[in-house]
Write a protein that binds this ligand. Structure first.
Ligand SMILES: [Zn+2]
Length: 455
């Protein structure tokens, strides 16, 4: 009992207390997985090093949507997280949460390889490896799931110290072995993942290439590789996969979401500040792109725009190029150009939130308060998208509309598992809300708070 209490205290500092209200059986159903996953995400969100980059999140969602139909995942929602971490790592958490470090783009050369990594992660979810790992653990106890949340959190954020403290506890050993997929599960994820990859219209050989990258990294690595600590490689894994790939006859290629040039440009943006050579990204030299982004961070917007305009048109007109153009032209006051670029992305990707968020920033730059028409609908449909609420907060601050700022901060707090703070913001929003305005946004926030409380 004393040991259990000690563990709970430790977990309290890493994961939210709410996860302790859950038991292993909660993972037994798809609904339970979603509840667990969302509770886990809220508890760790502020430490994940998320990149609030609407373009990256939209793209990752689009890739996941394409792949998801190949798996037995039912109506499970997908939460895509773009992480500002330079290690080669991606992870899947129960309930459809997929995180991808920007470091993977140093090595993944095309969309097929990204899809191979995602297919492997989705296979872990579809095969319910988290739950099966826990169930197979003989000494499963009530504390294990909470410990699992803590260990998972610590590993995902590379908080070595915290993970180690948790692992040293007795039950944590179980939790870690459940989290670190067994070699058998790795082979299963490779096998099922590669079939899904092929059925989604991507060459299965891309999966072999990813495993090769991993084994090269493993042999060069002087420090532990985050991906391999949770997805052990094993000698058998590569040969099993290669045999499987050889069996598959790949014929039906589907047009990727991004063309090769588009993907190369996306890689440049994601590897900002990281050494990516022309050899690994031959289509586009990332150096000038990184320079432009550096000027942007230093608020040298005119200099950044001049450099951007020197790029060949075929690079400027990639989707990532348009994304940069939007940011630069909004900052330097060329609103017509910004509008045109926003409309182009919206035309190709009608479900993306990036264009609406860009329109919010355009409105702020113009100094005329008017929220984009579609924004409220998107907030109702996608309240879990943090980038929407961040955009609303920027808007509210720019035009000194306190009631909107409280609303945005209420959602932000809720998405980070800060229930009390969220309630406080809701009550502030309620007091400041104009009498003539529709109350529905307040009701939505209140309902979401109640739902979180009832878990
Ligand atoms: Zn794995």
């Amino acid at each position: 009992m004393r040991k259990l209490l000690f563990l709970c205290l430790l977990i309290g500092s890493v994961a939210v207390d709410r996860s302790q209200a859950l038991s292993a059986d909660d993972l037994a159903t798809r609904e339970g997985e979603i509840v667990f996953g969302q509770a886990w995400l809220k508890s760790i969100r502020s430490r994940l090093g998320e990149r609030i980059d609407p373009f990256c999140i939209d793209l990752l969602e689009t890739w996941l949507t394409r792949l998801k139909n190949q798996f037995d995942l039912g109506t499970m929602p997908m939460t895509a997280l773009c992480l500002n971490n330079q290690d080669f790592n991606a992870f899947a958490a129960p309930g459809g949460i997929i995180g991808m470090n920007r470091g993977v783009y140093l090595d993944l050369k095309n969309e097929s390889e990204v899809m191979a990594v995602l297919a492997h992660e989705l296979a872990h979810l579809a095969q319910r490896h988290h739950y099966r790992g826990l169930r197979n653990s003989e000494r499963l106890s009530t504390g294990t799931l909470a410990t699992l949340a803590g260990v998972f959190a610590a590993i995902a954020t590379r908080q070595g110290q915290a993970a180690q403290s948790l692992i040293l506890g007795g039950q944590a050993a179980n939790a870690t072995s459940a989290l670190t997929y067994s070699r058998e599960y790795e082979r299963e994820a490779d096998r099922i993942g590669v079939d899904a990859l092929q059925n989604a219209g991507y060459p299965p050989a891309a999966m072999s290439r990813v495993l090769q990258v991993l084994s090269e990294k493993q042999s060069q690595a002087t420090r532990d590789l985050a991906f391999l600590s949770t997805h052990p490689l094993g000698i058998q894994r590569q040969s099993d996969l290669d045999a499987r790939v050889a069996q598959l006859s790949f014929s039906e290629a589907r047009a990727p979401v991004l063309s090769n040039r588009d993907f190369a440009m996306f890689r440049c943006v994601q590897t900002e500040g990281l050494p990516i050579s022309v050899q690994t990204n031959p289509t586009i030299d990332c150096q000038p792109i990184h320079k432009i982004l550096e000027h942007y961070r230093d608020e040298k917007f005119q200099a950044a725009l001049s450099l951007f305009d020197e790029l060949p048109k075929m690079i400027r007109s990639t989707f990532s190029g348009l994304d940069i153009e939007i940011a630069l032209t909004i900052k330097s006051g060329d609103f017509d150009r910004a509008t045109e670029a926003i409309d182009t992305i919206a035309l190709f990707f009608p479900s993306w939130l990036q264009p609406s968020i860009a329109r919010v920033d355009l409105t702020i730059a113009r100094g005329v308060p008017k929220l984009p028409r579609e924004l409220r609908d998107q907030m109702v449909q996608r309240p879990e998208r943090l980038d929407l609420w961040r955009a609303l907060a920027r808007y509210a601050q720019a035009f000194k509309q306190d009631y909107l700022l409280f609303e945005a901060r209420g959602w932000d707090a809720l998405l980070h598992g800060k229930l009390e703070a969220s309630k406080m913001q809701l009550s502030r929003a309620r007091k400041a809300w104009p009498k003539t305005l529709n109350q529905r946004p307040l009701q939505s926030l209140e309902a979401a708070i109640k739902q979180t409380e009832s878990l």
